[in-house]
Ligand binder design. Structure first.
Ligand code: PLP
Length: 421
């Protein structure tokens, strides 16, 4: 049965199946999304943003799916961030607006952004830069295509990837350059404190506060030098709670929060029972005592051990029985409790058996205790890094219910998968 073709035209909800099917109807490997947990995660991050008085502009690189972006907007999010112009193109085609390509755009990418802006007027498409060259390319492309592009300057608050340091005098040079470049409108400063992924859970809140304070201070200093009002946009899933509460922050850009993954659990940002994404897998071999082989290798899970090259988690994913999936336990929404007050549950997350090796189409589980699985049995894997796994899939199989009653109720295409240009 090809579930992708089973998308119902009769449904008011895109991708919803007219007749929900049991998980047994889905071939493996496949990405399962627990619909109820997804909704709780969307509501939790929205509640966090509302309580802090900031706008939630989520990063769509995690889900790459128009259906998820629409649910984010329906829950209160305003706009989207992407890393790629081609992702922005896909989401614009899906009717989404207010897209910020939060990545330094140079050369052909600057041109592509301007061409897209000219093709989709009044969609509030914006880009980012961290160099004079980038601003030059964006300005030239904007003029050539007859558009004005909103531009955000990228700042480095500790990840030491792209962006100028908040106290780098070059930041003022860039701001003044953006202000004086025809075709550009300076919108604000943005950052992502990705170094949090290498931190220990106790340090996450401090990194978030510092992320906010550094960026706000930089924005106010530029304003003092005459830029006019600047927006402040920042955030990651782990730092969102602390950064959003810093006075002067305007918007937060978390991405992973929609699904969560093992690295979020390891950092204490989410609990295992919040994780909405899992990978359905089949045991294909049990060639020796203590070794199981699954049909789900690096081409499904990716070999990622964590964001930004950090190796935060052990192995390549935890494995659990399909019917071990339990409904959410209610209680407070994820994210709304400040990081400081949360109890990291890393140990609990890793009590389950862990994939020890991956090749492209095989995942190896080596475990001392006897596990009740043999060839043909189906299991679920909690991946290390949701974004990397989703980008490898064609579709998300959205489920409702738990245990034996769990059913696939919708199939959502990963619309922007492999959009890397
Ligand atoms: N903003 C930027 C610029 C990013 O690079 C990322 C992630 O890479 C995010 C926001 C989202 O953060 P997270 O993946 O922690 O949710």
């Amino acid at each position: 049965m090809n579930l992708l073709q089973a998308d119902s035209e009769h449904s008011s909800r895109p991708g919803a199946l007219k007749h929900p099917v049991p998980i047994s109807a889905v071939d493996s490997p496949a990405l399962l999304v627990d619909g109820e947990r997804l909704e709780r995660n969307l509501a939790g991050m929205q509640a966090l943003a509302d309580a802090a008085g900031v706008t939630l502009r989520p990063h769509a690189k995690t889900h790459k799916a128009i259906a998820v972006a629409r649910r984010q907007q329906e829950t209160g999010a305003v706009g989207l961030c992407t890393a790629k112009v081609s992702e922005a193109d896909t989401f614009l085609a899906g009717g989404l607006r207010g897209i910020l390509v939060a990545y330094p755009l140079v050369g052909a990418k600057a041109e592509a952004l301007a061409v897209l802006a000219a093709r989709t007027p009044d969609t509030l498409l914006e880009g980012a830069a961290d160099s004079v060259e980038g601003l030059f390319d964006l300005g030239r492309a904007a003029s050539r295509n007859g558009v004005t592009l909103g531009v955000w300057l990228k700042v480095d608050v500790g990840l030491h990837r792209a962006g100028l340091a908040p106290d780098d005098p070059g930041l003022a040079t860039l701001a003044l350059r953006a202000l004086s470049t025809p075709g550009l409108r300076l919108r604000g400063l943005l950052t992502h404190a990705g170094h949090v992924y290498a931190a220990s859970p106790q340090d996450v809140a401090a990194i978030g506060r510092e992320e906010g304070e550094r960026l706000v201070r930089a924005a106010r200093e530029l304003e003092r030098q005459g830029t006019g009002p600047l927006k402040v946009g920042l955030g990651s899933t782990p730092t969102a709670a602390a950064a959003a509460r810093v006075e002067g922050v305007d918007e937060i850009h978390p991405g992973v929060y929609v699904f969560g993954d093992r690295q979020q659990v390891q950092l204490g940002a989410m609990q295992v029972q919040d994780l909405a994404l899992s990978v359905l897998a089949t045991v294909v071999s049990r060639p020796a005592p203590g070794r199981w082989v699954l049909d789900t290798g690096s081409k499904t899970l990716s070999s990622d051990r964590g964001a930004h090259g950090t190796e935060g988690v052990r192995g390549y994913g935890t494995v659990r029985a399909l019917d071990a999936h339990r409904p959410s336990e209610g209680g407070p929404l994820p994210f709304v409790t400040p990081m400081e007050a949360r109890t990291p549950s890393a140990a609990a997350a890793d009590a389950a058996p862990v994939l020890t090796r991956l090749s492209e189409e095989h995942a190896v589980l080596e475990h001392k205790a006897v596990l009740p699985w043999g060839p043909g049995d189906r299991v679920e894997i909690l991946p290390n890094h949701a974004c990397a796994a989703v980008n490898l899939a064609r579709a998300l199989y959205v489920t409702e219910g738990a245990g034996e009653d769990r059913r696939v109720v919708a199939v959502w295409p990963v619309t922007a998968r492999a959009c890397v240009q």
